[in-house]
Design a protein around this ligand. Structure first.
Ligand code: O7E
Length: 213
């Protein structure tokens, strides 16, 4: 994944045709496209390959199973053209390791989630989840743009692992705050794909991101 725009598009639309149209429009202003269950279920898993023709695809299935099943899921995603996957860490080190191995290191681990409920169970164990990600050889972690102070805390624990950060725009987080706190990329969904002009919205976010560094 190139590190130019510092923006990852969270493409949570439920039509494959719309998804491809949006990617074609915004691709010069985003570094990767993250796809999640709504799009995979609506358009079918071949959407991974279709989007990967334009941009790197991060498959965000928030994988959370026993190691054997995690490995099977990651193999399916990678064989369809995914460049990276996202898994949960609460399942334990062996389960995370299975994702990391199957993805050849290209796995991100969710730590503290960005929504209000993320404070309930994920926040108290986020430091441990970040340490687990590092120990398991993950590429990076997912940390909340809605709480940039937590990005800064987690950055201290993980050294040079990457931080990808959702919560900018619709959830109230600010691109500048997240990046200055130590995020490598912001993850943005509705503020781009629901904008009147997604290309303009993506361009503005990538300009803000680059200027904040
Ligand atoms: O609020 P939006 O529309 O900008 O979308 C946010 C996206 O980030 C959405 O796909 C959601 O699944 C994801 N996300 C969070 O919003 N909060 C989290 O804590 C974690 C994620 C996530 O993507 O985890 C893996 C990166």
């Amino acid at each position: 994944m190139q590190k130019k725009n510092r923006v990852i598009l969270a493409l949570d639309v439920t039509s494959g045709a719309d998804a491809v149209k949006i990617v074609e429009a915004v691709k010069d202003h985003v570094d990767a496209v993250k796809i999640n269950w709504p799009l995979i279920l609506a358009a079918g898993p071949d959407i991974i390959r279709q989007i990967s023709r334009h941009r790197d695809v991060i498959c965000d299935m928030k994988i959370a199973d026993i190691p054997y099943i995690n490995g099977l899921i990651v193999n399916q995603a990678m064989s369809r053209g995914a460049s990276a996957v996202i898994c949960h860490g609460f399942t334990g080190e062996d389960s995370v390791k299975a994702c990391v191995d199957a993805a050849k290191g290209q796995a991100f681990v969710v730590t503290e989630m960005s929504h209000p409920g993320g404070k309930q169970f994920t926040a108290p164990v986020a430091d441990k989840l970040a340490a687990l990600a590092k120990g398991a050889g993950a590429r990076g972690i997912v940390a909340p743009a809605t709480r940039p102070e937590r990005i800064a805390d987690l950055r201290k624990l993980i050294g040079d692992l990457e931080i990808i950060s959702p919560g900018v725009g619709a959830q109230g987080g600010k691109a500048t705050d997240a990046l200055r706190a130590g995020a490598d990329y912001i993850i943005v969904g509705r503020a781009i794909y629901e904008a009147k002009d997604p290309k303009d919205a993506a361009r503005a976010l990538s300009e803000e991101a680059r200027q904040s560094l």
